[in-house]
Design a protein around this ligand. Structure first.
Ligand code: PBG
Ligand code: ZN
Length: 325
């Protein structure tokens, strides 16, 4: 290797055409998955207080939104439900007439070129806001998994294209895979929230989905933010259980983990730029303290550079509008 002055790294930075040519990472519309919140009623479009530009929408409004999403060239959405009624056991999560099931059917009836992914968990549907069944204040694992399987099957029956379990119970990927296969859905992929940290960045989402736990926290099932070796074990076990896509969540504060998983396993990797990551950038922009558009793109490009193949992001529409292709 020669050195300066023969080597000049700035040489490739003068001409923008050359800069474009040597760009290593690209953000594409086909990388994007747009999260959407479905609520009961009709004509409902409520902006989430802590997430400007994000709305709870009733099914009729959601269907119109999906048409716009398709027109922008975004290939996929992920749906979160806000049920009419919550109860101790999260009944509406696995009810064939539940909010998600009806939403998926309504979308599929009129739109055929949009990938509809459904989030599978109980926390949006339980009166206590926890991700599973409770006994003496503790979340039961195996009993919860049985309900998650019912939820996943019921989403698939409604027409969901992909199932995304976000609950972090042990063994749920294998159980859901088995349940889907037995019910004729062996072609439906599972995108597993395999590496999901117990994060302060979920705050605004809990406003959006109305899923703040009534007491306690999620530390008995979500990961400790200090750990990354454990992320490898989580990813490995979900891959062995049949997960098709592995997710790391949140994305921005865990880019080291994204890179480790990508290097360690030969599997498609999703990263979720969560509500708090979105809200912080939005807030900085609103205050005029940062250039929102620039930081948005930089945050997403960073997540891709770290190793993500696809990104779940509330910025999906904004990005799609910016990207020409
Ligand atoms: C439900 C779920 C959560 C998110 C996605 N699925 C919240 C949580 O675990 O409290 C967070 C998404 C976001 O913050 O954007 N288990
Ligand atoms: Zn949950």
């Amino acid at each position: 290797m020669s050195e300066y002055p023969t080597v000049r790294l700035r040489r490739l930075r003068h001409n923008p055409l050359v800069r474009d040519m040597i760009r290593e990472t690209h953000l594409r519309k086909s990388d994007l998955i747009y999260p959407l919140f479905v609520a009961p009623g009709s004509g409902v479009k409520n902006e989430v207080r802590s997430m400007p530009g994000v709305f709870q929408m009733s099914i009729d409004v959601l269907v119109e939104e999906c048409k716009e999403v398709v027109a922008l060239g975004i290939p996929a959405i992920i749906l979160f439900g806000i049920p009419e009624h919550k109860d101790e056991v999260g009944s509406e999560a696995y009810d064939d007439e539940g909010i998600i099931q009806r939403a998926v059917r309504a979308i599929k009836k009129v739109i055929n070129n949009l990938l509809v992914i459904t989030d599978v968990c109980l926390c949006e549907y339980t009166s206590h806001g926890h991700c599973g069944l409770l006994r003496d204040g503790e979340i039961l694992n195996d009993e919860t998994v049985e309900l998650l399987v019912k939820e996943a099957i019921s989403h698939a029956k409604a027409g969901a294209d992909m199932i995304a379990p976000s609950d972090m119970m042990d063994g749920r990927v294998a159980a859901i895979r088995h349940g889907l296969d037995e019910n004729g859905f062996s072609k439906i992929p599972i995108m597993s929230y395999a590496v999901k940290y117990s994060s302060g960045y979920y705050g605004p989402f809990r406003d959006a989905a109305d899923s703040t736990p009534a007491f306690g926290d999620r530390r008995s099932h979500q990961m400790d933010e200090a750990n990354s070796d454990e992320a490898i074990r989580e990813a490995e076990s979900d891959i062995l259980e049949g997960a098709d896509i592995i997710m790391v969540k949140p994305a921005g504060p865990y880019m080291d983990v994204i890179r480790r998983i990508k290097d360690e396993f030969n599997i498609p990797l999703a990263a979720y730029q969560v509500s708090g990551e979105y809200s912080i950038i939005k807030a900085g922009g609103k205050l005029d303290w940062i250039d929102e558009e620039r930081v948005m793109i930089e945050s997403l490009l960073g997540i891709k550079r770290a190793g993500a193949d696809m990104i779940l992001t509330y910025f999906a529409k904004d990005v799609a509008k910016l990207l020409k292709e």
